[in-house]
Write a protein that binds this ligand. Structure first.
Ligand code: SF4
Length: 450
């Protein structure tokens, strides 16, 4: 730097701390706003509308946790009240996040002692923005502390709300076998890529693609059918709930269009390259944006509305089918790479799998105890969540893969999502053969749980 301090006297620590906190605030706003949208959808859900309650048991458990009466009430009345309580988590004036109580007592005490229990999600974001506005906090320790508090409001607030409500609306994922990488695109079919994060959009598009009338329409246009694939975090959502195959992760979005066989790429929010618009123009691909949060020049903008969602989704599928005839076969190449993956492990599924290795005469079932016992005994050395984005500054997927390999070899169980899960897919780590990369302890546990 030319000078050791900025014109106001802020040093490098203050500047780096402020930038860091602003990044945390931006990330929290994105993930939590996603949850807010889903809660609004739950609030509009109805038996005869476009969005329904698919996991009633999960809804009832959450209502119980939040002390919402359920006895003798219509499931949609309960859903709407759950949505209202959830929405309060964003802006309530007093108190901390409700889900903090799910953590162990010891963990709650640490947060309390450190003064970082998150309050309303929007408040933590606003506080972060205020602290980093001109002339406020310059002590990096307090910027980092607010970073922790803001990210806790995301992890134990927005993201947890998003997961719960998504499962309630679209069903809790179950184990499915699918495939991943660009080789899942099909030469003879209408290829539609759903990309982004918000299943409110992709669920409708995927469901519409299964409508027989549309499949027949695709066939009438010379295609063998409709090939729906996912990209980025949306790929995980639709893979876990429908077995939809995954075309790739963040740094492969342009590659999908470059294959020349994508009739439509339709997107909702987050991780959408603006370059998709000019790139689509080099091919026949229709690039459709659907959310006011992600407006991109050069795209076809069709704002998705809950009241008309399914009809809009069917219109999109028809548009993609009509575009099949415009494909230029001289410009197509589908890389012949894909891997099988077994996906769909929410907490319920993990516990179910662990029940299979529980001695039901001695131990309680329905808990993580077998995994905890394996960790206590040293057979497993721990569990690590890799929730990772890709970054063009380093070789795509490289660091994720190297870290995963090392952890597996050292008997550490990995829970992966986002682009990291797709790295694991492409590298073949989500199928049973990957046990040969594991250390002895983890391999034994995998074999037992299988
Ligand atoms: S993991 Fe990160 S980079 Fe990948 S799609 Fe999700 S948010 Fe985007």
């Amino acid at each position: 730097p030319k000078a050791s301090r900025g014109i106001c006297g802020a040093d490098a620590h203050a500047i780096a701390g402020r930038n860091y906190l602003r990044m945390v605030a931006a990330g929290t706003s994105a993930h939590s706003d996603h949850a807010r949208e889903i809660l609004h959808i739950l609030h509009t859900s109805s038996a005869d509308g476009n969005y329904h309650v698919r996991d009633e048991q999960k809804l009832l458990r959450l209502a119980l946790e939040w002390e919402i009466p359920t006895e003798g009430r219509d499931i949609y009345d309960i859903a709407h009240e759950v949505a209202e309580v959830g929405l309060q988590e964003f802006g309530k004036s007093f108190g901390t996040q409700l889900f903090l109580k799910r953590a162990t007592k010891e963990r709650q005490q640490v947060w309390h002692d450190q003064g970082i229990e998150p309050r309303a999600i929007d408040r933590e974001i606003a506080t972060a923005m205020h602290m980093t506005h001109m002339g406020n906090t310059a002590d990096p320790e307090f910027l980092v502390r607010q970073g922790l508090r803001t990210s806790l409001s995301n992890g134990w607030g927005g993201s947890m709300l998003g997961t719960e409500i998504t499962d309630i609306l679209f069903g809790t994922p179950t184990v499915r076998t699918t495939e991943g990488n660009l080789g899942v695109l099909e030469k003879d079919m209408v290829n539609i890529v759903v990309h982004g994060h918000d299943p409110v959009f992709s669920e409708m598009v995927v469901t519409a693609a299964e409508v027989k009338e549309l499949v027949d329409y695709a066939k009438s246009k010379g295609a063998k059918g409709i090939n729906m694939v996912g990209l980025c975090c949306t790929a995980n959502e639709v893979a876990m709930r429908h077995g939809v195959r995954m075309a790739g992760n963040f740094l492969q979005q342009e590659n999908a269009i470059l294959t020349g066989v994508v009739e439509m790429m339709c997107v909702d929010v987050q991780c959408i390259f603006p370059s998709l618009a000019p790139l689509s123009e080099c091919f026949h691909t229709k690039f459709v944006t659907s959310s006011p949060i992600a407006r991109i020049p050069g795209s076809i903008y069709i704002e998705f509305k809950p009241e008309t969602a399914f009809d809009q989704a069917k219109d999109l599928i028809r548009m993609a089918i009509d575009n099949f005839q415009n494909r230029d076969n001289a410009k197509t190449y589908i890389p012949p790479t894909k891997q099988t993956a077994v996906v769909g492990y929410p907490t319920e599924q993990i516990i179910k799998q662990l029940d299979g290795v529980t001695n039901s005469h001695l131990d309680e079932i329905g808990s993580y105890k077998p995994a905890i016992d394996a960790i206590k005994a040293g057979v497993l050395r721990g569990a690590v969540a890799i929730v990772g984005c890709n970054n063009p500054r380093v070789r795509p997927d490289y660091s994720h893969f190297e870290i995963m390999k090392e952890l597996l070899a050292n008997d550490v169980l990995i829970v992966a999502t986002g682009c990291a899960a797709q790295v694991a897919t492409k590298a073949g780590l989500l199928n049973k053969e990957a046990k040969y990369l594991c250390g002895d302890g983890l391999r034994r546990v995998c074999e037992l749980a299988d």
